[in-house]
Design a protein around this ligand. Structure first.
Ligand code: PNS
Length: 161
């Protein structure tokens, strides 16, 4: 059984992230979505809140589970037996950073391969940071994130959605 890891900050999850996880779930028997804790960066949402949102939105996929992870991704790959890391590519501008991470991870753990999924072009301009900025300034993000996320953003920023 090939286990795939879908790691990320997911602060918050967007429709682009969900698209990548859904695609991964079609190709791998088990998918572990890892919300990676970054002790150097204070996120908008607690990692546990991000996991709860992902669980709610992806509950229809019975081969997908969500966890919070702190530390090296390759350590999680070793612990969980995952042989593949799945990442989404929105545009050419993602390639440089993603390739660098993929090569670093492969140098740390040669058995792990990163597989890139082309995100649906509908979501090519969508990032968590832009979604947060627009939501913070009262803009409508309801077409870019699932309803549970736009409600949570409105609650955080004291706006309506
Ligand atoms: O959604 P993001 O912020 O682009 O995700 C980046 C993430 C969390 C996948 C990356 O920072 C990561 O893997 N962090 C874990 C720490 C680690 O293993 N670093 C070395 C890998 S290059």
């Amino acid at each position: 059984m090939t286990i795939a890891l879908c790691p990320g900050s997911f602060d918050p999850p967007t429709n682009g992230h969900l698209d990548v996880v859904e695609r991964a779930s079609r190709h791998f028997e088990r998918v572990i979505v890892a919300v990676v804790r970054n002790p150097k960066k204070q996120g908008l949402f607690e990692e546990e809140e991000r996991v709860a949102m992902m669980k709610e939105v992806l509950s229809h996929l019975d081969n997908v589970e969500m966890i919070v992870h702190e530390g090296l991704l390759v350590d999680l790959a070793k612990e969980s037996g995952a042989g593949v890391i799945v990442k989404g590519l929105r545009a050419l501008s993602d390639v440089e950073y993603e390739l660098q991470m993929a090569q670093m991870n492969a140098s740390l753990l040669s058995q792990v391969d990163t597989v890139f999924v082309a995100t649906d072009p509908k979501w090519s301009f969508v990032s968590s940071s832009l979604v947060k900025e627009v939501a913070r300034l009262g803009g409508d993000v309801s077409k870019l994130v699932p309803p549970v996320v736009s409600t949570a953003l409105a609650r955080k920023f004291g706006t309506t959605n």
